[in-house]
Design a protein around this ligand. Structure first.
Ligand code: HSE
Length: 409
């Protein structure tokens, strides 16, 4: 348990990668303001990593033995920035069980084991906080738990992955190649260690599961969420979308259905250019929350990167210290079977690009089902009226389809 006043809280950082090193920097750079706000100070006592960092100003804090942290009663606050759900899971459980608060940016771990870790934190009377796990530096978890707590939230969706938004923006605005943009995102510290988690949508899936848990109180597992990444988005699609007055963005989306069920999925969407989220470019993320009292709120900011993510981690560290006597943890319970609707049954408008003829498309979809149409060099792009994916796939049969994305709004 921390003591308030002028006491120095001893913290440990597990994992000295992009985010972990950013946390050490922010704590040092902003030490005075942090100390004032928490009524004491936060001192990094240990940094756990497999590597040594002789060139780093924090190099002398680096240790390789986790038990030193676990068994040190002075360490009451642990930052987990290892990533993944193996060592991070084991260390987090052991720290919480030992009565230490844990703060993390690890969306994979929170999405996979958040419910169990939150329950353990509750039993031990400590904090388990994860503001940095969604939207990088954007405040979204605490606002959903506190500022919007008086609402029944019926929808949350957004651009949840900085790397893919950075890649799409570079392709659209500058005509740069996918590979070129991905390599720049990696150099800037935006991408995951395995960037296929970004590109294939798994990172966004983990984040929308966390948001769905907060919004609806039911844990959703990423493996149960229909997930498509940006791999299938071509420059032709981007151009056609523009001609229709839309931008293409990778969205994670969760909405409640009247019968107590929910739809949760990730995929590229055409978004109307007039919608504020369509203008969210580069590494920026935006999350739209719809509450029955507040209406629609959009949270916008840097979705990845060392210091923005560290900013959210440090704020959680400060909350853990300030709320030591009464931790304010999130809570969700396991969703029963049948809670999620099958994404193939979501009723929505579609964008389709195809080399088939207009008459073949009209025959397949039926009269009056094509809302808009563009044709260039023997290729067609259309926007359809609403269909479920199941209906659309059945109607299109074995027609040759180049791209098919949902249309928002
Ligand atoms: N790879 C993630 C992204 C990092 O690009 O959004 C932040 O979670």
């Amino acid at each position: 348990m921390f003591e308030r006043g002028t006491v120095m809280v001893n913290a440990a950082i597990l994992g000295f990668g992009t985010v972990g090193s950013g946390v050490a920097e922010v704590l040092r750079e902003n030490a005075e303001g942090i100390a004032r706000a928490v009524g004491g100070g936060i001192k990094v006592k240990y940094i756990l990593d497999l590597r040594d960092f002789p060139e780093s100003p924090f190099g002398d804090l680096v240790i390789h033995d986790f038990d030193l942290i676990l068994c040190d009663p002075e360490v009451t606050l642990v930052v987990e920035t290892i990533g993944g759900a193996r060592a991070a899971y084991d260390y987090t459980k052991r720290c919480l069980a030992a009565g230490k608060s844990v703060v993390t940016s690890n969306k994979e771990l929170v999405a996979a084991h958040g419910q169990e870790l939150l329950e353990l934190a509750g039993e031990k009377g400590v904090s388990y906080l994860f503001e940095a796990s969604v939207g990088g530096g954007i405040p979204i978890i605490r606002p959903m738990l506190s500022s919007l707590a008086g609402n029944r939230i019926d929808e949350v969706f957004g651009i949840l992955n900085g790397t893919t938004n950075f890649i799409l923006t570079g392709m659209i605005e500058k005509g740069r190649s996918f590979e070129d943009m991905l390599s720049e995102a990696q150099n800037l510290g935006y991408a995951e260690l395995d960037p296929s988690a970004d590109v294939e949508g798994y990172d966004a899936a983990r984040k929308i599961c966390i948001l769905a848990g907060l919004a609806f109180g039911k844990g959703v597992r990423p493996e149960d969420v229909s997930t498509r990444g940006i791999g299938g988005v071509t420059l032709r699609d981007v151009q056609y979308a523009g001609e229709f007055g839309f931008r293409i963005k990778l969205l994670g989306r969760a909405y409640a259905l009247p019968e107590g069920r929910a739809a949760v999925y990730v995929g590229p969407h055409l978004i109307p250019e007039r919608s504020p989220i369509a203008g969210v470019d580069g590494v920026m993320n935006a999350i739209v929350v719809h509450g029955n009292a507040v209406g629609e709120c959009m949270f916008y900011g840097p979705g990845a990167g060392k210091l923005p993510t560290a900013s959210a981690v440090v704020a959680d560290m400060m909350d853990a210290v300030r709320d030591a006597a009464a931790p304010r943890n999130a809570h969700w319970e396991a969703a029963g079977d049948g809670y999620l609707v099958d994404a193939r049954d979501i009723d929505t408008g579609w964008y389709i690009r195809t080399s088939e003829s207009l008459s073949a498309l009209r025959a397949a979809l039926g009269v009056g089902k094509i809302r808009a149409l563009r044709e260039h060099s023997g290729e067609l792009a259309i926007l359809t009226e609403n269909f479920t994916q199941r209906e659309l796939s059945a109607a299109l049969g074995d027609l040759n389809i180049g791209s098919m994305f949902m249309v928002l709004g």
